[in-house]
Design a protein around this ligand. Structure first.
Ligand code: ADP
Length: 494
């Protein structure tokens, strides 16, 4: 693999874009300067601070909720067609500003520009999809069984929502929550991850330009997520909490939400099995593996975590993926031809090194990579590691980085048992040309999503979400808007 030198200076177009990104809190339709030390946003490819932005206090958080609560009735009463057209305008504006959003995500999060562009497409689709769903919210109606009245079932917006997003997909994780909430008629307070708040602030500007009324969307980046979030979650005006992030934080938030019996959506961690049978099309399996493992530098909850490969094809599979990995170019995501960017921070790099060390100490072999290169930025070499032994941390933990770990199996039952031996259940990938076997695996692997002969399943039109400790609720698809609606039944006697 080639490690590309990273330049530490911002290019003129990068500096110009960063200067156009708002640096305040967005509350009630106004940009506000913060009152405490700013958040310093870093470029993970260089470790350099690229912008300082306002840092919300707990009081700012409550004022953001005040604004969302004040705007709630008027937004719920706004015609669905009007809400839909605002979302559609946001989709169109995002296409116009595509290059800016892609570059901004690469600068604050590190993913290669081509992938950042892909995220603009994916993130934008939630705006388009939910603009279409806004006008299709409906209920049902019928005579009661006794014949004494009419039962009417309708859907109402749940009310003000608190949305907490992670750093790995700065745009898409925001649009996947904001778009259905707005389509349903809910107002929101958004807390982006402190590592990547710039995309959300830039997006707030876009929403205002698209015609979102003041107070409907409020954005409060903060360096103290817990102290700002707790009072918002405890406030009786809040009706819904939607979170994407790690399972431990999700557990804490669920406990807090329990106090006020809040509606919750939780998109938590994953530990996806990637099962390759001896009858798989290996070309497809290798191609799928590259996508499922190395997209977003492995930093996705849908990333393939455990490659469970039939013993008769494991060596060939490992050889082919190693060849592909050795052809990667590692570097700053803005540089031509770079396929693997940096990890998000130095903790992530240390965690990769620890996972490799643990696996090797238990008998695994590194075929390529395995180290953090010298120099600036938070890089870790894309790695292929085989003979990973049961009990290794690589198999138990969500890796969240560019390490492809291979284990083997001999029977279908063994593959199923290995796939399910985790407390997570977000997504599974299966490669086989035998349709009946594929169907059996879909039935037996305990996850919320499956990819059959593909390494990428995400789609705005599909319900994204997990079972077991991967979370509660679904985002996207027909299901996504119902996370922001509550069912109301009315009896009208005859
Ligand atoms: P990751 O490990 O991917 O950074 P986290 O679960 O730590 O995932 O973070 C996801 C989001 O949750 C971020 O926006 C972060 O600021 C926020 N967060 C972390 N801890 C808390 C907390 N105790 N209360 C509210 N939000 C939190």
């Amino acid at each position: 693999m080639t490690i590309v030198d990273t330049t530490t200076e911002l290019a003129p177009n990068e500096a110009e874009l960063l200067a156009r990104v708002p640096d305040g809190l967005f509350i009630g339709g106004r940009w506000e300067a913060g009152t405490r030390d700013p958040i310093e946003v870093q470029d993970p490819a260089t470790g350099r601070v690229i912008k300082r932005i306002a840092n919300a206090t707990p009081e700012d958080g409550i004022r953001a909720l005040d604004a969302a609560a004040a705007a709630a009735d008027a937004w719920a009463a706004t015609a669905p067609r009007v809400r839909a057209e605002i979302l559609r305008r946001a989709f169109d504006l995002l296409q116009e500003r595509r290059a800016d959003f892609a570059l901004l995500m690469t600068l604050e999060m590190g993913k290669p520009l081509a992938e950042a562009n892909g995220e603009v497409t994916y993130g934008g689709e939630f705006l388009r999809w939910f603009s279409e769903e806004a006008v299709r919210i409906s209920g049902r109606f019928g005579q009661n069984p006794e014949g004494t009245g009419t039962m009417v079932v309708s859907q109402r917006p749940v009310g003000p929502c608190y949305l907490i997003t992670p750093w790995n997909f700065p745009l898409a994780m925001a649009t996947r929550k904001i778009a259905p909430a707005l389509a349903a008629g809910c107002t929101v307070v958004v807390k982006p991850a402190e590592l990547t708040p710039l995309t959300t602030l830039f997006f707030a500007q876009l929403l205002a330009d698209a015609g979102v009324p003041d107070g409907v969307v409020n954005i409060i980046p903060t360096s103290t997520a817990r102290t700002v979030s707790e009072p918002i979650i405890a406030d009786p005006r809040l009706r819904k909490l939607s979170f994407t992030g790690s399972t431990p934080v999700g557990r804490t938030l669920l406990a807090q939400a329990g106090q006020n019996v809040l509606r919750t959506s939780m998109e938590l961690g994953g530990n996806a099995p990637f099962v390759v049978f001896d009858d798989a099309d290996l070309d497809k399996a290798v191609e799928g593996a590259m996508l499922a493992k190395f997209r977003n530098i492995g930093q996705a909850c849908t990333a393939a975590n455990r490659f469970i490969v039939h013993e008769s094809v494991a060596e060939e599979f490992a050889r082919r993926v190693t060849e592909k990995v050795q052809a990667f170019r590692v570097g700053r995501g803005t540089d031509d031809g770079v396929t693997i960017g940096p990890l998000i921070d130095d903790r992530a790099v240390a965690s990769m090194a620890k996972l490799v060390e643990d696996a090797v100490s238990r008998g695994a072999r590194v075929l390529t990579g395995g180290n953090a290169p010298e120099g600036d930025g938070f890089f870790f070499e894309p790695t292929v590691i085989v003979d990973v032994q049961p009990g290794s941390e690589l198999l138990r933990e969500e890796i969240f980085g560019p390490i492809l770990a291979i284990t083997t199996f001999s029977t279908e039952d063994e593959a199923v048992a290995a796939a399910n031996s985790t407390e997570y259940g977000l997504v599974g990938y299966v490669f086989t040309q035998d349709l009946a076997r594929g169907q059996r695996m879909i039935d037996r692997v305990d996850t919320g999503m499956m990819g059959l002969n593909t390494g990428l399943v995400s789609n705005a039109a599909a319900p994204f979400g997990g079972v077991k400790q991967s979370g509660l609720g679904r985002e996207g698809g027909l299901e996504g808007i119902h996370e922001y609606l509550s069912t109301k039944y009315t009896l009208i006697p005859a």
